[in-house]
Design a protein around this ligand. Structure first.
Ligand code: AP5
Ligand code: MG
Ligand code: ZN
Length: 208
């Protein structure tokens, strides 16, 4: 396993999950994603409530819950690609206290394209693979190419919740992007084009 520390930032639907999975495979990195970790524990009661009560409304899960997930995941990882965290400035501060970063990528995609991507997304409940009814179809409709499971729609991919996730992104996570831009470490990547095109743009920076 290599030891690069890669962060992928971007709005909901920018392709963070799609690209993180590829980067993890290509560069032998651990894929650390708070979204998937929270979905796997959606109905677990914490002192702050269940993750589901926040996620299905499009709101952020409280910082102590996600900080703990990230801390544990990074302890076990040598190199990693981090997806879905940090999402506000207090999470940035926490991340700085537990690790350092080699690459910070920002996937730029226009807002109307994000809504189309999210409302048409289908996911595999068993292996986590991502598809899209139009842009990224599996070989057989509704069936995962990787493992054969029936694909489902994420609970938070309804148009109404997508709009709220975008609002929360503008309010809380855009300042995170600005933070890394001001630090001079942000690499902005054009997030439109095919997933292969976008992957090549990111991978070429990491291979250098
Ligand atoms: P999370 O799971 O992280 O969701 P998100 O940030 O809203 O992002 P998505 O996973 O929806 O999009 P993505 O960028 O991964 O895009 P994807 O590759 O799937 O978080 C969910 C919730 O968990 C949050 O709302 C919050 O409640 C909670 N949470 C998570 N982290 C948290 C944190 N740190 N703090 C607090 N709360 C937290 O692609 C999208 C679609 O587009 C797919 O269908 C895909 O096939 C398609 N696609 C991908 N690339 C392309 C392309 N190039 N062209 C065309 N289509 C494409
Ligand atoms: Mg994702
Ligand atoms: Zn699958």
């Amino acid at each position: 396993m290599s030891d690069e520390h890669v962060l992928l930032l971007g709005p909901p639907g920018a392709g963070k999950g799609t690209q993180s999975k590829r980067l993890a495979a290509e560069f032998d990195l651990e894929h650390v994603t708070t979204g998937d970790a929270l979905r796997a524990n959606k109905h677990v009661e914490t002192e702050h409530g269940t993750p589901a009560s926040f996620m299905d409304a499009g709101e952020l899960v409280p910082d102590p819950v996600v900080n703990e997930i990230v801390k544990t995941a990074l302890e076990d990882a040598d190199g990693y690609v981090l997806d879905g965290y940090p999402r506000n400035l207090s999470q940035v501060e926490y991340l700085d206290s537990v690790t350092d970063l080699d690459y910070v990528f920002y996937l730029a995609v226009p807002e109307d394209e994000l809504v189309n991507r999210l409302t048409g997304r289908r996911v595999c409940p068993d292996c986590g693979a991502n598809y899209h009814v139009e842009f990224n179809q599996p070989a057989e409709e509704g069936v995962c190419d990787e493992c054969g499971a029936d694909l489902v729609q994420r609970d938070d991919d309804t148009e109404e919740t997508v709009r709220e996730r975008l609002r929360v992104y503008h309010e809380n996570t855009e300042p995170v992007v600005e933070h890394y831009r001001e630090k001079g470490t942000l690499v902005e990547v054009e997030g439109e084009g095919t997933p292969d095109d976008v992957f090549e743009r990111i991978a070429s920076e990491v291979r250098d």
